[in-house]
Design a protein around this ligand. Sequence first.
Ligand SMILES: *[C@@H]1O[C@H](CO)[C@@H](O)[C@H](O)[C@H]1NC(C)=O
Length: 122
Amino acid sequence: MANACKLLALVLFFALVAKGYGQCSVDNLSLGQAKTGQTVNGKPEWKVSVKNPCPCTVMNLKLSCVGFQSASSIDSSVMSKSGDECLLNGGSPLAPMSVFSFNYAWDSSFDLTILSGQPHCS
Ligand SMILES: *[C@@H]1O[C@H](CO)[C@@H](O)[C@H](O)[C@H]1NC(C)=O
C-alpha cells in the first residue's frame, strides 16, 4: 500500500513537471498595433502584430474585434471577421516563435485583443 502511494506520488510529480516544461497557453501570446505611416484610401494604415513566443504552433487563433472595419481589403485567408470575432490565418497554425501580422486602414485603431486559440506543443 505504502509503495503504491509512493508510486502514485512519483507519477503525479513527473506529470506536473512534464506539463510545466515548455508548455504554453494563449495567454503567452501578445498583440501590438502601430501606425505604418502610410495612407490607404485616405485613411491611416495600421499594422497588427501577434507574437507567438512559444515553441508551439497555435491554431484557430481568434481576436475580439468589435466594430472592426478596414478601408483596405484584407484577404480572408489572413483575417476574416465573423460577428465580433476575427479568425487569423484562416484558422491554420501560426508558426512557433514567430510574429503574424496584417494591416488595415481606418481613422483610428480598433481595440483588438486575443480571444482564443489552440496551442500544440510537441
Ligand atoms: C508562458 O507564460 C507562463 C506564465 O506567465 C510562463 O511561465 C511561461 O514561461 C511562458 N512560456 C513561454 C514559452 O514564454
